[in-house]
Design a protein around this ligand. Structure first.
Ligand code: G6P
Length: 606
């Protein structure tokens, strides 16, 4: 979604402001802009394109000012044009705002403002804000009162920041439904959509909650409630991430870096305190029904969890996509909802949680971002500890979530008596030895992945197929592939193929098979049947296979061999190599890997 950022300091802040939106670019990247107060005036420069491109074109860093706002956009209202880029200004140019979210009642507000002779420059919902504040200021000559009066008129979800020449060193910001965090340091203070904007300068952060606004100067940050103006005193938290982990560190892309970080991600997921895992298992044990929920990659994570709970705990725990949750899940107060989200800000997921809360159910979440909305709104939280994930498409965070779900399933399985302690321990041993296996196999096999990727990209259409838990792995592999390559790739249960989709198979339709270890006889045999069905129709079949799988290797046109590992971690290894395959395929096609077209990392609107 959009990234917003603001800085106020005692010296020129433009370079820092510019860097802050460069660090937020993964939130949106179709256009960007800066608004800075200097010599009693607000100067704005903005345009379409990525942050670096707009910097060059508009000479962003030659601007000057001690307080400013910045924005990187992912268009929702209004086309991607220079006028629609943020910041947006009042007609006298003295008030300038950047916004993330959606103002639902902007049409009515526009009509009302037009009746007051306001002329709109853009098609955005955001612009109403600047004009509303200006009109209120004309009446009261009090900036804070005007700001507040305008905020109270808004319906929808928003986070926004304002600077004005009426109060040159001050940033005003407010939050309702979209994330906003303050960063505090001795020389300057920050406001941003997330901490990556200012981690280089400070790790002391104050999280704004919904219904709060803040008035921030270089020396102070005062948080109040929008409803009644009452003061909110909240201690800063220390952000554990350091700035270094959000840098690319020698890798060509964040995606590659994050894939290669997975041995560490796995260790972190295994280090999530056992007490947290036991708490979740206990809540599931007590619940009438537990639901898993995510959307996009996290829905596929939830689906893998569904298999773990069935197989390891003997419990059917449906995974429902967050965008469909409200209409589908039948929630009672005795139920538990476990939501899964890297960012903790996804609109659909928050909406699902809000629905469950309204029904009186208990809520829990597995999230990666400290202080994120979901971590605050759910009754209990597991912080997955994967560190910043910058590439828009999720890799390491998804793997960590799957491992944590498996740990919860093992714990629950022990409680339900579905597995005994020997089986429990055997799975844990497999998980504990996995990080080293990942490290070695990534180092040894990347070249082979690149070779297979080069063959894959000659096909415009591809099916990714798997059975059992390899089915959600296939779905995620396909999603990764389409997100970064823009090829038409669909994931599907291998057993489903013959019930219709087989009609598409010919020599132009590639199938990519996720083969389970041959030791899982039945699953393996079922997957091989799909292979035979495709080959019989002349379809090319590539596969991700384990080294001891001679039968599959004899049938496949091309394959990538993975080291023989335990059945516990085999799907995780397939996932990691499917991620790498997507990366190299996109690299071959020259795609914008870290920021694929039309996507944003954290979709905070509905
Ligand atoms: C967006 C991203 C996806 C991501 C999904 C859920 O759609 O583009 O890559 O899987 O949101 O994000 P979350 O932060 O809730 O895990």
């Amino acid at each position: 979604m959009c990234g917003i950022s603001a800085v106020t300091g005692t010296e020129n802040v433009v370079q820092i402001l510019y860097e802050s939106i460069r660090n937020l670019e993964y939130r949106g990247y179709d256009s960007c802009g800066l608004g800075v107060v200097h010599n009693g005036e607000v100067a704005v420069r903005k345009n379409v394109g990525g942050v670096e491109e707009v910097k060059q074109r508009e000479h962003l860093t030659s601007m000057r000012g001690k307080a400013g706002i910045a924005h990187t956009r992912w268009a929702t209202h209004g086309k991607v044009t220079q006028v629609n880029a943020h910041p947006h200004c009042s007609m006298d140019g003295r008030i300038s705002v950047v916004h993330n979210g959606i103002i639902n009642n902007y049409q009515e507000l526009r009509a009302e403002l037009r009746a007051c002779d306001v002329i709109f420059e853009s098609e955005t919902d955001t612009e109403v804000l600047a004009h509303l504040i200006a009109l209120a200021y004309a009446e009261s000559a009090d900036v804070e009162a005007a700001f507040l009066a305008a905020v109270k008129r808004l319906e929808g979800s928003f986070a926004f920041c304002m600077v004005t020449s009426h109060r040159p060193d001050t940033i005003f910001c407010a939050r309702e439904g979209s994330p906003l965090v303050l960063g505090l340091s001795r020389q300057r203070n920050f406001v941003a959509s997330d901490v990556n904007a200012f981690l280089q300068h400070t790790r002391d952060a104050v999280l704004l909650e919904d219904g709060e606004y803040a008035v921030v100067t270089p020396q102070s940050a005062v948080v109040r409630k929008i409803a009644d103006g009452s003061r909110v005193r909240r201690k800063p938290i220390k952000v554990e991430w350091d700035a270094e982990t959000s840098r690319k560190g020698g890798y060509a892309h964040y995606m590659l870096k994050e894939i290669f970080e997975q041995p560490q991600t796995l260790l972190n997921a295994l280090n999530v305190p056992r007490s947290d895992v036991e708490r979740f298992a206990g809540q599931m044990h007590d619940a009438r029904q537990t639901y898993l929920m995510g959307v996009g990659t996290t829905q596929y994570v939830a689906l893998t969890g569904q298999y773990f709970f069935s197989q390891l705990a003997g419990r059917f725990v449906p995974a429902v996509s967050a965008d469909e949750f409200e209409g589908l899940a039948v929630i009672a107060p005795e139920d538990l909802l476990i939501s899964i989200s890297q960012s903790g800000e996804t609109y659909d997921t928050r909406r699902g949680v809000a629905h469950a809360k309204r029904c009186g159910a208990r809520t829990a979440s597995i999230v990666n971002v400290m202080g994120s909305s979901l971590s605050m709104m759910t009754d209990s939280v597991i912080m997955q500890g994967s560190g910043p994930e910058i590439c828009v498409v999720s890799t390491k965070a998804a793997l960590a979530q799957m491992v944590i779900l498996m740990r919860i399933a093992l714990e629950l399985g022990r409680r339900t008596g579905h597995i005994d302690s020997a089986v429990y321990r055997a799975h844990y041993n497999d998980l504990e030895s996995f990080p080293d296996i990942v490290q070695i196999s990534l180092n040894e096999r990347s070249g082979f992945v690149r070779n297979l990727a080069e063959r894959i990209v000659s096909y415009a259409n591809c099916l990714v197929l798997g059975r059992g838990v390899y089915y959600p792995i296939a779905l995620e592999a396909a999603l990764k592939m389409k997100e970064v390559t823009y090829l038409h790739v669909e994931g599907m249960p291998a057993g489903f193929l013959k019930h219709g989709t087989l009609a598409l198979v010919d020599d132009t339709m590639l199938s990519l098979l996720m083969l389970p270890p041959p030791r899982q006889r039945e699953l393996h045999q079922q997957t091989l049947s799909a292979l035979e069905e495709i080959k019989a129709r002349g379809g090319p079949v590539f596969g991700l296979v384990f080294e001891d799988d001679e039968r599959a290797k004899n049938l496949l046109d091309h394959y990538l061999e993975l080291p023989v590992v335990s059945c516990t971690v085999a799907p995780f290894l397939q996932l990691i190599f499917a991620q790498l395959l997507s990366y190299f395929s996109a690299l071959k096609l020259g795609r914008s890997i870290d920021k694929p077209r039309n996507l944003a990392k954290s979709v905070t609107v509905g």
